[in-house]
Write a protein that binds this ligand. Structure first.
Ligand SMILES: [Zn+2]
Length: 466
């Protein structure tokens, strides 16, 4: 029998397929060795009491941007990964998959990306690649088979010069068709940023003429790229996916209309996974955070937020990501028209989701946990190592006190962006410990500094098509 390194004793543990149980978790060589009755299952070298705490599978955030300073395209030094994986660990996230973007082929930069990130990472990670050029498209089968990167992001909103700000060339629906054909042939998945930018350009000029000062704030931004702009692109991406036989993962679904379009396409036979993001569940155009809340797609009206929660209750929404972007707060200067879109979301993700969803809206905790662990792990090829607490899986846990409150303030944040849209809010629970492969990344609410550089790249492959 294998020696047991660690016993997590006395906790309320969320077990795959069973729900919450009062059991001990035995860990050996970074994996779950066994689930045992309290005190049972043999002796361990070390026992940590988690009495009174909830032991959840570590969250898998499969939508974020790991950049460098104001550049959100890719990590450039180990410190980029050290700070943002710290933010992740504080929020209960034990693995994540950033979207790496570049106009150059990834074959020449993959090893550097991987080693720079591994040198700083406190949690495990994969990569998604943004595909925007013919050279990248030609290499895509290699990314899937050799690098373990089976997921390709397409910015449907980057046409013409729209991508200049990010250094990306424009693409069109012909490019999307070829991308989907390649993904279908090689068992990959497209993650489209779904917005019809041509319609958004028309609306932007109209709204700008009506509100040149941006006095309407978040409502003005929402009016420039309203829900139909998003719904149209989701419908098109999913339909193209159905025609080509490729899987599609709709990132950051933000509105009731876009959700309805996705559900309609799934019922028609598209192989579709539907993601929303934490902030569309916790914020709307009425939130008093000004241009800090500018993001694409925009924060929507309260009715949209309610529709997303309904989609979670009904089981139509599969996953929740953060779309974390760690540009400094100065990126938000200049009002709603000039501010850069996006904001950080990792530090508070689990407390924010559970406080809004479970405490305020009475959604079952089990459902919320699956949205950030088993479901994204299954969709993205992180299973069975990640996403569930079961023998053989990695010993990745988010361990929460569901009865302690936590006020989000600057001193509790680890992201190098140094701000949060949740600042000043009181959460109804707090992350006490975060463990990655049996090691503490966060212990008693504090970062373990010896976790830097322990995170590892996870090559992924997608399971059989649903
Ligand atoms: Zn994003």
């Amino acid at each position: 029998m294998t020696a047991i390194d660690l016993r997590l004793a006395g906790g309320t543990v969320y077990l795959a397929g069973l729900g919450f149980r009062e059991v001990d978790v035995l860990i050996s060589n970074g994996r779950v060795a066994a689930i045992a009755e309290p005190g049972g299952g043999g002796s361990a070298r070390e026992t940590v009491s988690v009495k009174g705490l909830h032991v959840l599978p570590g969250a898998c955030d499969v939508h974020l941007h790991l950049g460098h300073g104001s550049d959100i395209s890719k990590p450039r030094v180990p410190g980029d990964a050290a700070s943002e994986t710290a933010a992740a660990a504080i929020g209960g996230v034990t693995s994540f998959i950033p979207y790496v973007m570049s106009p150059e082929p990834y074959s020449g930069q993959f090893e550097t990306l991987k080693s720079v990130t591994e040198a700083g990472a406190r949690i495990d990670f994969g990569f998604h690649f943004v595909i925007a050029t013919d050279d990248q498209l030609a290499e895509l089968p290699r990314y899937i088979a050799e690098f373990g990167v089976p997921t390709a992001k397409l910015f449907m909103n980057i046409r013409g010069d729209e991508g200049k700000r990010l250094g990306l060339p424009g693409t069109d629906d012909g490019f999307m068709l070829r991308l989907l054909e390649c993904l279908a042939a090689h068992n990959g998945m497209m993650c489209p940023h779904p917005e019809n930018i041509e319609a958004a350009w028309v609306l932007r000029d109209r709204v700008l003429a009506q509100d040149p000062e941006g006095a309407g704030g978040l409502a003005t931004w929402n009016a420039t790229r309203p829900p139909f702009v998003e719904a149209d692109a989701i419908r098109r991406a999913a339909y193209f996916g159905r025609v080509t036989g490729a899987r599609v993962y709709t990132v950051h679904t933000s509105s009731g209309e876009a959700l309805a379009a996705a559900i309609e396409q799934r019922r028609a036979g598209s192989k579709l996974t539907i993601e929303t993001c934490t902030h569309y569940l916790t914020h709307d155009t009425g939130s008093e955070i000004g241009a800090v809340g500018k993001v694409n797609p925009p924060l929507r009206e309260p009715a949209d937020r309610d529709a997303l929660w309904e989609g979670i209750r009904s089981g139509e929404i599969d996953t929740v990501g953060t779309d974390h972007i760690h540009r400094p707060i100065s990126s938000k200067d200049g009002g709603i028209w000039k501010a850069q879109p996006g904001f950080p979301g990792l530090d508070a993700v689990l407390p924010a989701l559970f406080t809004e969803g479970h405490t305020r809206r009475q959604v079952a905790l089990e459902r919320l946990i699956d949205l950030v662990s088993a479901n994204p792990a299954d969709a993205m090829g992180l299973s069975p190592a990640k996403g569930r607490i079961m023998p053989g899986a990695d010993a990745d846990f988010a361990i929460l006190d569901m009865n302690a409150t936590w006020v989000v303030d600057k001193s509790s944040l680890a992201t190098d962006a140094r701000y949060s849209v949740y600042e000043g809010q009181e959460m109804a629970c707090r992350v006490m410990h975060t463990m990655v492969r049996g090691r503490f990344a966060v212990r008693d609410g504090a970062l373990s500094e010896d976790a830097v550089g322990t995170g590892r790249f996870i090559p992924r492959s997608l399971g059989p098509k649903p």
